[in-house]
Design a binder for this molecule. Sequence first.
Ligand SMILES: [Zn+2]
Length: 143
Amino acid sequence: MEPLDCVFCAIARGDLPSYRVLDGDDVIAFLDIHPVAPGHTLVVPRRHAATLLEMPEAMAGPLFAAVARVARAVARAQGADGVNVLQANGPAAGQTVGHLHVHVVPRRHGDGLRLHIPSGPEATDRTAMAAQAERIAAALAAL
Ligand SMILES: [Zn+2]
């Protein structure tokens, strides 16, 4: 059920304007109104889901296929050297609009953006790593 005040639902319905680049049955894409680079695009499922964690799994295929297509198009249109695909779930992760969306950001060598995942120190506690893997595997099995 979509919240009445969801901005991306309103964009999907056409009730709010956007610079739309893809108008699919299940997925739309439009320019981010606060771009970190020219061509910064958001890929958004039409049907409301707050986060990836709440999205029906059947949506994963259409959504990620659209992400890949949009990434190719953005890279070509912007003459990019690379592309970041970024996605945040929940305020703690930096999500600011409560409707699942995937950022596609064209990159250039030396553009100065810091969008990389930092590398932590090498995990050396094998017991802790094995326990984490077991917990995640068990959670997956329980879904
Ligand atoms: Zn929504």
